[in-house]
Design a protein around this ligand. Structure first.
Ligand SMILES: [Zn+2]
Length: 255
């Protein structure tokens, strides 16, 4: 593993535009449960309705009232409780430090927990949105939701007057075009992509790795177990993100 960290260090130090892509693995040590793992939310509660977006659109007020009264499904309530308690861990902090040093130019996360934002990452694309923001269904205008507890239905969009929903992308809801386009743009610049704590199977984020690969970017994977991407990577470092990222950062500082 030491050799792999050294190899990754060499690639990172010789790259000009590094994009990091994170998934559920980086937030596990912040207490955010995964969806499909052994203790995953879907494993315990069953897979949720795949029509959540059309349910919302049919009657947004009814949907928001359920949220306000905590009468959503047990799955949603558990997700909400853990997200309210979650704090960034050393993995989130290291990625912020790498951005500060100019090593990471863009961070794309599939997580909706808002922990990269909490730790101060600035060049951040939340490709599945964030539970800590509201987004207009008409024009994609976003605002921080402020307090954790939602006590009333959010006001309509200040730009266009349409309904606001959580920024997090629901089942059946298209990924907002703005985040999709900016993710794609940053991958087009990338000469190195870090895959961090993601199974690399969920589109559209998974597709970004293949685009990067086809454009000859170097791929470095940090994950606790092998993924579909593993055999296509230039360097693979096996382990939890909160174990590996500090070691990688030490190595970067010493070379
Ligand atoms: Zn709007």
């Amino acid at each position: 593993m030491v050799n792999n960290i050294l190899e990754a260090t060499k690639i990172i130090n010789s790259s000009k535009y590094i994009v990091a892509v994170t998934g559920a693995g980086i937030s596990v040590d912040s207490g955010v449960p995964t969806f499909q793992g052994t203790d995953g939310l879907w494993t315990r509660f069953g897979k949720p309705s795949l029509n959540s977006y059309s349910d919302f659109i049919k009657d947004p007020d009814k949907w928001w009232l359920k949220e306000i009264k905590y009468t959503s499904s047990p799955y949603i309530n558990e997700l909400r409780r853990t997200l309210e308690l979650a704090k960034p861990n050393i993995g989130h902090k290291i990625l912020k430090l790498m951005e500060d040093l100019g090593l990471i130019k863009m961070l794309i996360t599939q997580n909706i927990d808002g922990l990269h934002q909490d730790v101060g990452s600035r060049n951040l694309i939340e490709i599945h949105g964030s539970r800590k923001k509201f987004r207009c269904i008409g024009c994609n205008w976003r605002k921080d939701r402020g307090e954790n507890k939602i006590s009333k239905i959010p006001d309509p969009c200040m730009k266009c007057g349409k309904i606001m929903k959580f920024d997090s992308v629901m089942f059946g809801e298209p990924i907002p075009k703005d985040v999709l386009n900016s993710s794609r743009d940053s991958i087009n610049y990338a000469d190195c992509v870090l895959s961090i704590g993601t199974s690399s199977t969920v589109r559209p984020a998974a597709g970004l790795f293949w685009i990067a690969k086809s454009q000859n970017a170097k791929l470095i994977e940090i994950n606790i177990s092998p993924t579909k991407l593993t055999k296509f990577c230039d360097v693979v470092i096996k382990g939890s993100t909160s174990e590996i990222l500090p070691k990688l950062f030490d190595s970067l500082e010493n070379h």
